[in-house]
Design a protein around this ligand. Sequence first.
Ligand SMILES: [Cu+2]
Length: 709
Amino acid sequence: MSGLQPNVVRLRWCRLLAAAATLISAMPAAQADPLAEPAVFASSNGLLDLLMIARPKPVSAIQFVPRNSGAAINPVAWIYEVCKRPPSGNQCPADSTTAADYGGVRLKLKAGDTLKIRLVNRLPALDKAKVKHATEPGMSNLPRNPTNLHTHGLIVPPRTPTMQDPTFGDYVFLELYNPANGTPEPTPTPTAHGHGEIKLDFVDYRIDIPADHPSGLFWFHPHIHGLSLNQVSAGMAGIITIGDVGDYIEAPPSTVRHLILRDMQVLAAGTLQYDSGPVTVTDGEVQNQQIADFCEQRDTGGPNARLGFCEGEPDEHGTGNSFIGSRWYFTVNGQVFPTIRVASSAGEIWRLTNASAQFTYLLNLADDHSGKSIAMQLLAVDGVSITVPPGTPANTVMKIAANRFTIVNCPTGANAGSVCVKDLTMMPSSRAEIWVSYRNANGEVVAPPAGATATLKQGVVNLGPAGEAWPSFKLARIEFGNPASDKNTLTVKATEMPTARAMVRPAAMAQAAAPATSRCPPLASGHRRRIFFGMVDPTDENSQFGLGYEEVDQNGAVVAGTQKNVAAFDSNNDAVCLPLGPGSSPVHETWELVNLATEVHNFHMHQTKFRVLEASGLAGTSAPPAATGAAVILEDNVPLPFASSSIPQVIEEQQNGYCTIAQWRDGTCVAPRIVLDIPFSQPGTFVFHCHILEHEDNGMMARISVVGP
Ligand SMILES: [Cu+2]
């Protein structure tokens, strides 16, 4: 850990370390509970019509015991209370048809369904001193805690209302305020941080799922620039499933689990020093301006330590931060260290969602007897099934999945083309679906020995010299009581990207502005867009993050006049604009992502899914379409490997760990390229950004418009 995070909230304890020796070892009984599924709201007759109320709620599954008192505290999360839309009013009935769980809900839909959500804001106002971005230009309304909703991974239009239709689609330039928190102040227009539409009390969304939308696993969360980290880390997220796993897995097992991973930093009472000055925090307070230097990185306490949480650390990094007496909880469906009992001979499918605001998971399933990793079969990435034909080399699979897992051999007798992994790297917003059955050290599915158990473990992940040193811990206990399966792998069916006009809805087309062709020309054939991930001014430790841009021609030369320096998010201007193709057909573009940082970022594009191309195959031309029979892994977020330089000391000590575009161009810094084939099918205005939400809130986001004919 370099302590070089210039944009992490700086906290300095102003209290004595005399109580540092206090160790908390009691474990709440709830930690042994079997894992429960998230509450399900399913569509019927093509419609799911919900009322969702964003509000605070104590988390009963977390019992935080303060150092100086025996009484356990249930920290207060921000959750979605969800019910079927009542005939009138904005309140859910106080009965079992309402879900209000920190763990999150699952919205169960089918392709072709309509999802209607009335979102109500009942979030508390915030202490301005505890909101990192509240003093930035145009951001004075953040302490009023506005919110909104984004359906991550769905290929749906980012619609705005019309005279005939007052609903919003998956549109993020919208702020919904709780009237109890005061009237939002008008902000100067134009401002770099303007957010667009303002709504009070409630707003209605209507998300039309196209009839040819892929089946799979998606999720929803708020998307307020400047508060994304706060709201997601406070608990605001849920998952969306389209169709069933049977749509892409042949003869799936009957047990399908949904694992929503999230984390919460719970503070001990004290005085903290924020950017704004000293603030007082109380026992059990949720630190929703989450920071990284909270626990010691390594889990060294043996098998019974760090069961779903880690203890806050003293100031060991010289940063002035001490978190003694505080705890960082890592939960599955809101449960601390639950038990998963695998009882069926068919094994289980686990569908994992990283709903953390900024935490990167590196998960493996460790056999408690041997200590070795139990292989898992990878079925789907970012919601949709993978396509890996027989004979695809493992390193090709690793490349097109951007090294998001470590491949091990599927055992003999496996279905050709199956992918087995021993770990899963899941950056924020990632999803992964796996088949779990007890396996021996050779990866063969066998009957588990009596009393076989395993632990779902977080490993030590390397996000680069300037990256966060996230702690390792244990997330869940697995008990294998299953008879042996008769198969070693499941058969995965390929996901087809929606190709046609079916993706483009008439309402959305009407919404799209007529293209100003001079302002929004199509990318020339053979050209690609190059996006830089960097810092606006690396020599300024208070600099914002940002994105830079240039267009590159078929010879690899930069197109004159297209270059833009690294700049922080500007909600009023498009960084990229492109028209749809003839007849509103989707347009494929090639994007090259260059990470100027010596830490990993995580690129996310709204309203589509993309595939990673092998950079070596980019021979100065636009990407060829995926060949018939080629391996394809579609993603909606992708890790960008960190840069290295010939002057590491300068970069780390004088440039906050960030290279400039000039240093990249002259070879001082080298950044592995990630090259993507991105199909754009949804007209409207949306964003692409780093999904480490602390980075997004601090400017690493840009606006894009896709215009119809
Ligand atoms: Cu980032």
